[in-house]
Design a protein around this ligand. Sequence first.
Ligand code: G3I
Ligand code: 9MR
Ligand code: ZN
Length: 532
Amino acid sequence: MTEAIRVNQVGFLPGAPKRAVFPDAANTPETFRVVNVDTGEVAFKGALSAPIDNPGAGEVNRVADFSALTAPGRYRIEAGGLRSPEFAIDGGVYDALFRASVKMLYLQRCGVALDAAHAGDYAHPPCHDSLATIYGTNEKIDVSGGWHDAGDYGRYIVPGSKVVADLLLAHEAFGVRADDIGTPESGDGLDDLLQEAKFELDWMLKMQAPSGGVYHKVTCKTFPGFVMPQEERAELVVCPISNAATGDFAAVMAMASRLYAADWPQDAARYLAAAKRAWVYLDAHRGDPGFKNPADVATGEYDDAHDEDEYFWAAAELLCATGEAEYRRAAAEYMSTGGKRRGLGWEDVGTYGILAIVNNPALAEGDPLRQAARDELEATLREALALIEANPYGADRALDYEWGSNMGVANTGALLLMASKLLGDASLAEAAQHSLDYLLGRNATGYCFVTGFGAKSPLHPHHRPSVALGRAMPGMLVGGPDNGLHDPAAQAALAGAAPAKCYVDDDQSYSTNEICVYWNSPLILLLAGIRG
Ligand code: G3I
Ligand code: 9MR
Ligand code: ZN
């Protein structure tokens, strides 16, 4: 038997839509069966779809729909000499995955010791706890804390803000109250997601300069070798303030001021004051150029020449937190200029601002600002749905797989779930299952893209602790296919590959096989929404 059938390798909630893909339509029978692997019984029989062209994968596919199978159990799909990896149907099917995907953030914490009781093999003493030099000066400041960004140990405001936003949205939009993640805070009666986000927020406060502007990042000048974090001992450098960092900071601080008010009132007040100071800085710095690495700094740049969407997101969140007219004016002005820069990424954040306006309880139903934001959200959803519909693997794309494409797929699934609640449309939630299926194995590579989960998952992520210890840390979502072939390992392994197959499980392929806190966070949000 050839394990050629692509399916979500973790599995499905009983009532979920369920699909599998046969990659090679020409060599596929007309019918398939779903077999219970414990009893050997055939639990479901069905007919395959007509062949569907899949140019991004360079394939012609057939789709098997077995949504009608709802009985809990462990299953495999079979047809002729083909079969799929095993998967489960179960009400708790995503519980361990959800916990591991949040725990990953704990394991990326910087500046503190990770003890063996919580971190196991990935325990380490405090790292990056020396004072950091403000670039171009002799001034040293304490900016310890926050998460390591990715496979490297940099700490960057712009992508870190995305993670905070996703965790806060999981709490706000889906009512997540988790106290069993397995972090030092678990079991204290307070939400572990809010406490994980707080670890980053409290670091972010240290990155705000007296002017209200926010330093873009703190890293060493170059990337280290494949060492554990406490072994990276080069000088820490705080890079210059940027508008993008300051705008993202203002947005998530304003968001946090609302969501921490009940359990951490003093922190909530500090977050709001910091957000307002950041806005004052932004207002005085319109038109400043975007961040660029200083000539002798080679770490992640997160350069963004367009800061209007960061201004918008900040204004929208400050409006939500305060109701003040100044923020409304700024948000409305942006909405009316048409420059939406939609997105839930590190670079384009317009959709976060849209969500903040649609969500704002202080805006009346018929408020024109809110209506414009709803229209914008609906346009974004229509585009995503058309792409998902046309792709048998359920990714919201045809031929374009960018660096970190798995973040894009997870963002879209998470947005569909949030919009489904906001707009009261259940069909949007069904489409989100396709995003999750893609990430967990129903894709052209046959990988479940989360380390430690599924029958075939990445064993060699570009992640320094995993490489140093010789074992992939579990619960990490890799970047996935990138048809730009942005690193030498990808170029060597993937020349001529179809876009959806431009992925290689090689620890040198940072453009396809790195992991990131802001790739995990939309997975967390997607899982939070799917679990309901
Ligand atoms: O802006 C262009 C756009 O115009 C064009 O249509 C598109 C086509 O693919 O490319 C766009 O630029 C891309 C850019 O991201 C913005 O999305 C680049 O090709 C792409 O190479 C770039 O990738 C980023 C990469 O750093 C290199 O800068 C990733 O998004 C980003 O996730 C990644 O981040 C790294 C950090 O620098 C360091 N830490 C690890 C982290 C993850 O690998
Ligand atoms: O490890 C680095 C990773 O976090 C970045 O995403 C990537 C691109 O900036 O760079 C990685 O570091 C590599 C560097 O760019 C080139 N020399 C080899 C480094 C390790 O693979
Ligand atoms: Zn560190």
